[in-house]
Design a binder for this molecule. Structure first.
Ligand SMILES: Nc1ncnc2c1ncn2[C@@H]1O[C@H](COP(=O)(O)OP(=O)(O)O)[C@@H](O)[C@H]1O
Ligand SMILES: [Mg+2]
Length: 504
């Protein structure tokens, strides 16, 4: 029973409501055999929800699912698997102490349980080789890198017999090089006859690696187009409903230094000296960008400046006079330093705490909502509610809802709402827009610009040169833990780029 149109999977008029909220509204997509199909849209557009329907995680309220042209019901993830549909989620479902083979064995409660582990190991190795995956299948998955864990998830699905592979934002957790490698693998899979749905909000991934692109917005399908010949700006219009084109808006008035860093030295957790003799300053009313290839000390600089780690040498001065070299994160915060770490989920938010409590973290310590012992909850919740409103944090149905339920963009807006609520004089932001879609990223940038225009100094540490060139008033290039070059606007992209790699 083969659909003559070559459609492997069709989702037709799928509607799904959560507590009265319509996450999917007659959404549809159809995926051909042997194609890589991008599912593109902003955070909250409904991409994961729609794919969860195909993967048997969500039962739709209405709509039809067709496989090879025949309507089916998918009754849970195991049933999806027997239908040849496998999904790799954004958060991996691996058992950390077990190795890859054990995890794959565990995922199949069926016949293979009794099969010889040797046969399974051979099969996994074979598939891994076909895909060009480097992976030690004997190590506990908890000791593997994120990219390797992702390979285990993909192997699990493929060894389980999936012909339709759904990858939910797979490159979000990878470096650029790892991402490119994965996408090449995906192309090879499609060439071998698999159908792959690549959920993403990155335009270039959709255009460069996919055959067709379906755009979703607000729970609906906007359209499906051929990737060949489509422009980024056409896609942007489909995604957000109108063009979002960020413009450069340089500082109008630069004042006295708010941050002075002299001879700073800081180490990684393993003792490796990652910041060596860093010297620079950030002035009031400017965005100072630290450009550089990742792994040149950016994270350690951000951690040392925000007080998450102690520096080994050097002097850090805030506001011209306050020596904060040895100050704790809390003392820095009290002195007007706000920090937006790159790893917002582990460093900036507690997923298990509510939205209101996450918002209040610093404020409670400063006594803003009463004493430690008697927190004035009404006041706290009112302030959190106002911030959620003012910073357009979406997806908050209750302030008591766990922060883990927020999408990436909205989690970041919550961190920013909290960090900006005390009118900081210095903001240290490390990759504040990483993983965010266009609109959320433009909103974050707008917040940084308006803090600057209100007189704060902003230190933007970013590995994204486009972001640096778009936002900054001055740029320092960081290589091997040092600022090796500084640039004033207007910037010459070529020169900045050469400084980034020239000293590597
Ligand atoms: N299990 C769930 N419970 C409640 N709301 C949900 C659930 N899953 C998704 N949603 C909501 O549905 C909307 C679409 O989310 P999602 O499908 O995750 O979007 P995307 O993957 O495009 O970012 C969001 O507003 C999200 O909060
Ligand atoms: Mg999603």
């Amino acid at each position: 029973m083969t659909d003559p149109s070559g459609t492997a999977l069709a989702l037709d008029a799928i509607t799904k409501t959560f507590d009265g909220f319509r996450a999917l509204d007659a959404a549809h997509v159809s995926v051909r055999r042997g194609e890589v199909h991008a599912l593109l849209g902003e955070n909250g557009a409904g991409k994961s929800s729609l794919m969860n329907v195909a993967a048997g995680l969500y039962a739709p309220d209405s709509g039809r699912i067709l496989l090879d042209g025949t309507e089916v019901t998918i009754d849970g993830p195991l049933d999806a698997r027997t239908h040849g549909i496998g999904m790799v989620h954004q958060h991996y479902k691996l058992v950390k102490p077990f190795n890859a083979i054990e995890n794959i064995l565990l995922s199949d409660p069926g016949e293979r349980y009794g099969a010889a582990i040797d046969a399974l190991t051979a099969r996994v190795r074979e598939v891994a080789d076909e895909l060009g995956f480097e992976l030690d299948v004997t190590k506990p998955v908890g000791t593997l890198s994120i990219a390797e864990q992702q390979r285990v998830e993909i192997l699990k699905v493929l060894v389980g017999g999936a012909w339709i592979l759904i990858l939910d934002e797979p490159t979000a957790v990878l470096t650029d090089a790892e991402g490119a490698r994965l996408l090449e693998t995906v192309r090879a899979l499609a060439k071998g006859g698999h159908s792959v749905v690549l959920v993403t909000h990155k335009l270039n991934e959709a255009i460069d690696y996919c055959d067709r692109i379906t755009v979703m917005r607000g729970g609906r399908t906007v359209d499906t187009v051929e990737a060949k010949g489509i422009s980024q700006s056409d896609l942007t219009t489909m995604i957000v409903g109108a063009d979002v084109h960020e413009q450069r808006a340089p500082s109008q008035s630069i004042g006295a230094p708010v941050l002075q860093v002299a001879g700073l030295r800081a180490a990684r957790g393993d003792g490796h000296i990652a910041v060596r003799d860093a010297n620079f300053e950030v002035r009031s009313g400017e965005i100072y960008g630290i450009a550089g290839v990742g792994g040149n000390g950016q994270t350690e600089l951000s951690d040392a400046l925000s007080g998450l780690t102690r520096s080994l040498a050097g002097i850090v001065t805030l506001g011209g006079t306050t020596d904060i070299t040895d100050a704790s994160a809390e003392e820095r915060r009290e002195n007007g330093l706000a920090a937006i770490p790159a790893d917002r989920h582990s460093k900036a938010l507690s997923g298990t705490l509510s939205v209101a409590d996450n918002f209040a973290v610093g404020g409670v310590l400063r006594g803003r909502f009463g004493s430690w012992l008697r927190v004035r909850r009404r006041e706290l919740e009112q302030a959190a509610g106002e911030a959620v409103e003012a910073f357009d944090v979406q997806g908050v149905r209750s302030l008591k809802q766990r922060a883990a339920l927020l999408s990436g963009g909205n989690a970041q807006k919550l961190v920013i709402a909290r960090e900006f609520s005390g009118s900081p004089r210095l903001i240290v932001a490390h990759s504040p827009a990483r993983g965010l879609d266009l609109r959320a990223s433009a909103a974050v940038h707008e917040r940084l610009r308006s803090a600057r225009d209100a007189g704060a100094g902003v230190l933007l540490i970013s590995e994204d040169l486009d972001e640096i060139l778009l936002l900054c008033d001055r740029i320092g290039v960081m290589t091997r833990g040092q600022i090796v070059a500084e640039f004033d606007a207007p910037f010459d992209r070529q020169s900045v780029g050469e400084a980034m790699i020239g000293h590597g």
